[in-house]
Design a protein around this ligand. Structure first.
Ligand code: UDP
Length: 375
């Protein structure tokens, strides 16, 4: 159930082991929120549900995706507009020197930032503590406080430090947003990549098809990558998500000169503008398709994007996980099935491991767990 990376990768592994696999998805396309399609007006490859940049240190995962579609070089270099200037992200030596009007060398900057940092915070637990401890109040307020408030709809003191730990701070001029060994974009987009994974004689794909629990009986086993709470018809309540609204616009020429421009200030209602032709730098386009991205609480009819894992959600999650463990013949996978903020490479790594775990257990007639990962 689900035609995103999780079930596509699991389905492929099972199909290659001679299982018959049925993939069901309620949407008209595969690839879930990674879906890409060419804009009919500009011909630009658009990341329909927001930007997805592939980056990983996992060689097996990198080889796996490249097997189905060659990746083109792409390096994510993010800019942010704040305090009436454009800065480079993640925070690096250029950002620090520009922000403080200095010409520091790496070690000088490191020492300077230590004087900004709140060293009384020994073991940062929240996003805010993590920021104050490692970059200090001024940089935190310019780049993280407003953006995070808009992105998550709550104060950074209510969010876990783990969210900020996604971003490095660098004392050199490396402005690569990611520090992974491999980074790139699938040449013809994510949807064609996932279609390639699903292209196997033992796999049948049914789009525009709703999954209902009574269909489980028709299968030996079900992998469910939809929302965990949705599987149970939300009977205990709804797990919180952030959803995104995209205001799409076109432009003749180069709108902003980069793929991703963040807006750090709270007064600007959107979090970032993405200009999609820059995600395919090997292509040439005169016209441009851009998205202004707004974040808000996910309502019943909205598409869930980011799981909000605060104290309240974690308690509800634990109840749903307990229920899921009682269900027979179903394994919950992926971002929505396990309610975690997952990057694509981690999703694929987990899917490969889940498929292997399943095949091993099935061969030995052992029970198949509801979760192959820690939720
Ligand atoms: N973040 C921020 N300012 C920025 C970029 C990111 O405060 O300019 C924070 C924000 O809370 C975000 C988190 O860092 O949710 C992780 O950022 P990342 O770029 O990994 O988010 P994604 O691209 O997955 O939305």
């Amino acid at each position: 159930m689900g035609a995103g990376f999780s079930c596509a990768v699991i389905g492929r592994k099972l199909a290659e082991a001679n299982h018959q696999v049925t993939i069901v998805d309620s949407r008209p396309h595969v690839a879930g929120n990674c879906h890409t399609e060419r804009d009919s007006g500009t011909d630009v490859m658009v990341h329909v549900y927001g930007p997805h940049i592939f980056h990983t240190d996992d060689q097996e995962v990198w080889k796996y995706v490249n097997r189905f579609m060659p990746f083109k070089p792409y390096t994510n270099r993010v800019k942010t507009t704040s305090c009436g200037q454009v800065f480079s992200l993640p925070i690096n030596l250029h950002t620090i020197n520009q922000f403080f009007g200095k010409t520091m060398r790496p070690e000088e900057a490191r020492e300077f930032i230590e004087t900004q940092a709140d060293t009384s915070i020994e073991n940062p637990q929240t996003f805010e503590e993590q920021a104050l401890r490692f970059v200090g109040k001024d940089l935190y307020e310019a780049f993280f406080k407003g953006y995070t408030q808009k992105q998550w709809g709550c104060h950074p003191s209510e969010l876990p430090a783990s969210i900020l730990k996604r971003l490095p701070v660098r004392f050199n001029y490396n402005d690569n947003y990611f520090f992974h060994r491999y980074q790139g974009m699938p040449e013809h987009g994510y949807t064609q990549l996932v279609e390639g994974i699903l292209d196997h004689p033992n796999i049948s794909v049914h789009l525009n098809t709703r999954f209902t629990r009574d269909q489980i009986d028709g299968y030996d086993h079900v992998f469910f990558s939809g929302p965990l709470d949705g599987f149970f018809d939300y009977e205990l309540g709804r797990l919180g998500y952030r959803t995104l609204d995209f205001e799409k616009f076109t432009y003749q020429g180069d709108y902003q000169g980069c793929a991703v421009m963040n807006y750090g200030e709270e007064g600007v209602p959107y979090t970032r503008i993405t200009e999609h032709k820059h995600f395919s730098p090997w292509e040439e386009h005169e016209a441009s398709t851009c998205y202004k991205e707004y974040s808000r609480a996910c309502g019943e009819e909205d598409i869930p994007y980011y799981p909000v894992r605060l104290v309240e959600e974690k308690a509800l999650l634990a109840d749903y996980v307990a229920k899921a463990r009682e269900v027979e013949k179903v394994t919950f996978v992926g971002r929505l099935g396990t309610y975690r903020y997952l990057d694509m490479d981690v999703t694929i790594r987990e899917a490969l491991d889940t498929a292997r775990g399943f095949l091993e257990r099935a061969a030995n007639d052992e029970p198949i767990p509801a979760f192959f990962v820690e939720v």
